[in-house]
Design a protein around this ligand. Structure first.
Ligand code: SAH
Length: 456
């Protein structure tokens, strides 16, 4: 048995990847996580963390390289916390994601008899994000706007980011010049003092409309008109500029209150043939190209004939609901963020869709209530945040017995847990899962899964 000691050097075989995109290896059964490596590699590491149950190592030497290793395209790779897989060929990333889904369903969910399809990737996996959130801070006495380092709040001020829309970088730089010129104060997380916290840019890929959100610890932005003049003359397509108020000492980026400084306070974009109005606080998928692929899969898995009543739970601004409405008799959408529900109603209206209805509230509260009033669904689609579904909701679904449950998930671990719960009722089987790559170069994976009711 090798002795496990901090700062010692070890040779390890990398056999897998964890959810953070770190390679996984073992020193005599002791598990270690290593950044910037991949399965199939043998590496020499220095142990930088030695906890009882796991360690972390940094690479000293790559002894044998994987054939899938490539040169990262970004100079901030290894520092910036955004992409962790840039050293792996895109095709291999897709294989790793498929394996991750299959393994997680098996390990956490005990689900083996499921068809896991190959991850659907992008033809051009660059500049795919329609939303950028840049933290504003001070490093070495100078203002800096960029990205957080991995697992830290230190800001990396990289000049470019090839997964973002290039215009968002130009907007960010113009904003930096503005705060420097007018000496606008910058928020300090430690003291809770200072004004500017984040700048968020959202772009409608099909419409070219841009929303700029400036997050402040205060109620106004000095010289705001100068910024508006500057940015609107420099960048085409600016449709809305919004001041978001966040005075809490928290990691949550956006506060609840918005003040519109310029424009109508929203942008529009299309997914497929549907038009959507998006406001600052509403969730909207960040990769619009792959969103269309994902929603089409969800619609296929729903297997609708036009006669069904469908629930779209965690519906955001009603995107999936509108997709489902074309083949359903009636769609009920449920979403907790009030602004998103307003957007959802408005989106149904501007698309001329009349067979959808939206409710604001928690799915785990509203669905049991609706069910007790005998509002039932033949097919249910859920698309929860990372923490997955509440058991109260799953219990109601089990009682309600829809013929299909389509689970759209951005976190394979909670997906596996929830599928296990549904299967353990004896009423459902997990039939097939389709991972879709919404976040190339990162370890995130989106997956849509079909659960079918067991025929008695
Ligand atoms: N289906 C949408 C949104 C998915 S993101 C789309 O594809 O765009 C998950 C959504 O769940 C977010 O809009 C979030 O506000 C909402 N949400 C989070 N917890 C919820 C809960 N308990 N009940 C209902 N909605 C919830």
């Amino acid at each position: 048995m090798e002795e496990i000691k901090l700062n010692n050097l070890y040779t390890v075989e990398i056999t897998g990847m964890n959810h953070e995109g770190q390679g996984v290896g073992h020193i005599d059964g002791y598990i270690v996580f290593v950044d910037g490596v991949m399965p199939g590699e043998q590496v020499k590491i220095r142990l930088t963390t030695a906890k009882k149950s796991y360690g972390k190592g940094e690479v000293v030497e790559i002894i044998s390289k994987s054939p899938y290793r490539i040169t990262p395209f970004c100079s901030a790779f290894g520092k910036c916390g955004g992409c962790s897989l840039q050293h792996i060929s895109y095709k291999e990333q897709l294989n790793i994601k498929t394996d991750m889904v299959r393994e997680t369903l098996k390990r956490i969910g005990g689900i083996e008899n499921i068809l896991v399809h190959d991850t659907i990737g992008m033809d051009k996996p660059l500049n795919y994000r329609n939303k950028a959130q840049y933290p504003v801070g001070v490093e070495n006495g100078k203002s800096v706007i960029g990205f957080y380092e991995a697992r830290s709040h230190k800001i990396v001020g990289s000049d470019s980011c090839d997964i973002q829309d290039p215009l968002s970088i130009e907007i960010r730089e113009t904003f930096k010049q503005f705060i420097d010129k007018y000496n606008i104060s910058i928020y300090d997380e430690e003291t809770g003092k200072g004004l500017v916290r984040h700048i968020m840019v959202r772009t409608g890929f099909k419409t070219g409309e841009i929303m700029v959100v400036i997050v402040v610890n205060g109620t106004s932005l000095p010289y705001a008109n100068e910024f508006i003049k500057e940015i609107t003359s420099k960048v085409n397509g600016i449709k809305s500029i919004i001041l978001n108020i966040n005075t809490k000492n928290t990691n949550v980026i956006l506060g609840e209150k918005n003040i519109v400084l310029y424009g109508d306070g929203f942008i529009t974009d299309y997914i497929g043939s549907y038009k959507f109005e998006i406001s600052p606080l509403s969730f909207f998928q960040v990769n619009p190209v792959q969103t269309e692929v994902l929603y089409q899969k969800a619609l296929d898995f729903a297997g609708l004939t036009g006669r069904e009543t469908v629930f779209d739970l965690y519906c955001g601004i009603g995107t999936i609901s509108l997709f489902l409405s074309q083949k359903a008799a009636k769609v009920y959408g449920v979403e907790v963020v009030e602004d998103a529900v307003k957007d959802a109603r408005r989106n149904a209206e501007i698309n001329g869709i009349t067979n959808v209805e939206f409710f604001a509230g928690e799915a785990e509260k509203l669905i049991p209530e609706m069910y007790s009033r005998e509002i039932k669904a033949d097919v249910v689609v859920v698309d929860p945040p990372r923490k997955g579904c509440d058991e109260k909701l799953l219990n109601t679904l089990i009682e309600m017995e829809p013929s299909r449950i389509v689970y759209v998930s951005c976190n394979p671990s909670t997906l596996a847990r929830d599928l296990k719960y549904l299967c353990s009722s004896g009423k459902y089987v997990a039939v097939e899962a389709q991972p879709v790559d919404m976040f190339p170069w990162t370890m995130h994976v989106e997956c849509v899964t079909l659960m079918s009711k067991v025929e008695k």
